[in-house]
Design a protein around this ligand. Structure first.
Ligand SMILES: Cc1cc2nc3c(=O)[nH]c(=O)nc-3n(C[C@H](O)[C@H](O)[C@H](O)COP(=O)(O)OP(=O)(O)OC[C@H]3O[C@@H](n4cnc5c(N)ncnc54)[C@H](O)[C@@H]3O)c2cc1C
Length: 474
């Protein structure tokens, strides 16, 4: 390679919420050998290398300003597919959307998906993503049969729950700073319909919503709550619960129809009239505190008309990827973009701690415009974010003037979360400090992660802005 890194590779990269951006030397390899060559070129130059999938993390997880960013989206081949067993082997740049579209007609669906279908599998493994079924299905890492990864030392490792198990449980959820996934083998879930049986109803406050989700979780394949963060008093955290079940074998009268990709495609228009591609521009007028109050109230009033006893059919895509309904919705937050703050709190402390968080945001005049409640269970991965409890994800608008106030707010929220024994999720983070992360992980986990970093990447070649912010130069 002539000069490294080459100036003509410079490009501006941003986070999903367009609230953070930086210029990096962007390389887009198509094969693992090119990554090995990039490692060799970068070693000893002082430049670090950061991995990037589809750039759908809310914070700075896939940014590496002033250094090298490896955009892995061109490594997007399906390597092997067995429609008899539902085991698929893919390159890391394959997206969740590409995956389900490939396997659906054979009756298989990714067992864990995020709220959008655009992320890559490599990005999903590096964050160990969870879905609306985390309390029953665990994170995506629990469905990985094997992966291969290229370490900065040049070593290519194959890992499974039983082979190199320590690397397996560290690289999954390892923020992409221990090695790069080069192939991923997943066990998919057998499904008997392209539809889910959905239920939805209003919940008058957060505590009741949590009680309802708790009592229903043993009998639900998916559960998620939408939370109105703009309302206070006895209606604090009111919202709507969504619950869904898979179809049992033989229950769908025409599975060949519902399992067609065409039956899943989200419509291009709302009510057959308004093109969805322009909708985000109208949403901009409501992305302020009075507008958020109005839309949240309208949504809650509508939720109150729903009957929890009756189910409706919803395609797997419509249920799981609700946020993809409005293309580019994140742009409606305006030039400053948005950040998300998601915390995970053990069950016994969750209702009180989340109430405190919501009240604090309202007192500071920075209410969340979108809140989402999920139920979780613990897992065995080193940097696990899940607890036996709930998470509340809160979206905040960023403006030219409110960044310091947002930082103060999230700092104070983190104190509440830590005091409640809670955890954080790096895919959604852009404000945590080293001290907060060290306290939430605890000295033992931190030491094990540092030891793993030293073993996989002794020169600390793999870094991102997130890594430097929350771990410093370990
Ligand atoms: C609208 C929306 C909804 C979401 N909903 C959820 C949700 O419900 N649950 C959830 O868990 N998450 C959710 N997310 C977060 C998202 O799933 C994660 O941030 C995911 O990691 C994004 O994948 P990506 O391909 O865009 O990766 P990027 O954001 O580009 O990168 C994420 C991390 O992966 C690393 N990385 C990327 N590729 C590789 C590789 N091949 N090898 C090693 N490391 C790699 C990067 O260095 C970085 O640390 C949501 C995001 C959005 C935008």
């Amino acid at each position: 390679m002539a000069s490294f890194p080459s100036a003509d590779r410079l490009a501006l990269l941003t986070n999903f919420g367009h609230s953070i951006g930086s210029v990096a030397y962007v390389y887009r390899p198509t094969h693992a050998e090119q990554i090995a060559e990039l490692y060799r070129s970068a070693a000893g130059t002082g430049f670090t290398v950061g991995m990037r999938g589809a750039g759908r993390s809310y914070g700075d997880a896939s940014l590496n300003g002033g250094h090298v960013a490896l955009d892995l989206q061109r490594m997007n081949r399906i390597l092997d597919w067995n429609p008899g067993t539902g085991v698929i082997r893919v390159e890391p740049g394959v997206t969740i959307g590409q995956l389900w579209a490939y396997t659906l007609e054979d009756g298989w669906w990714p067992p864990v998906v995020p709220g959008t279908m655009f992320p890559t599998l490599g990005g999903c493994l590096a964050m160990n993503i969870h879905g609306k079924n985390n309390y029953v299905a665990g994170p995506i890492g629990e469905h990985v049969a094997q992966f291969t990864a290229l370490l900065p030392t040049g070593e290519e490792v194959a890992c499974s729950p039983t082979q190199n198990a320590d690397l397996f449980h560290s690289l999954i959820g390892g923020l992409g700073v221990l090695g790069v996934f080069t192939s991923i083998t997943l066990q998919l879930k057998h499904i008997y319909s392209g539809n889910l049986k959905g239920y939805a109803w209003a919940s008058p406050n957060l505590r009741q919503m949590m009680d309802e989700m708790e009592s229903l979780k043993a009998d639900s394949d998916y559960l998620v709550g939408w939370v109105d963060g703009t309302w206070g008093g006895s209606g604090l955290g009111r919202g709507q619960v969504h619950r869904a079940h898979y179809f049992a074998p033989g229950e769908d009268p025409s599975p060949a129809q519902s399992l067609r990709v065409e039956a899943q495609v989200l419509p291009d228009t709302f009510f057959g009239l308004v093109p969805k591609s322009i909708l985000w521009q109208f949403m901009r007028f409501f992305m302020n505190t009075p507008g958020a109050w109005l839309t949240n109230t309208a949504k809650y009033v509508h939720a109150r008309t729903l009957d929890h006893r009756h189910h409706f059919l919803q395609s797997l895509v419509a249920f799981n990827f609700l946020l993809d309904y409005v293309p580019n919705w994140e742009k409606s937050y305006g030039r400053g973009g948005l950040i998300q703050y998601q915390s995970f709190i053990p069950r016994a402390a969750a209702a009180e701690a989340f109430a405190d968080l919501l009240k604090l945001t309202q007192r500071r005049g920075l209410p969340t415009y979108l809140g989402v409640l999920k139920r979780h269970r613990p897992d065995k991965f080193l940097l696990s974010h899940a607890v036996d409890g709930f998470s509340l994800a809160m979206d905040f608008k960023v403006t030219g003037g409110n960044r310091p106030a947002l930082q103060r707010l999230t700092d104070d929220m983190s104190r509440i979360v830590l005091d409640a024994g809670g955890r954080f999720y790096f895919a959604k983070d852009s404000t945590l400090t080293r001290e907060v992360v060290a306290e939430s992980l605890g000295p033992d986990t931190l030491a094990r992660f540092c030891a793993m970093k030293a073993r996989c990447d002794p020169q600390s070649l793999l870094q991102t802005e997130l890594y430097r912010r929350v771990f410093g130069s370990i």
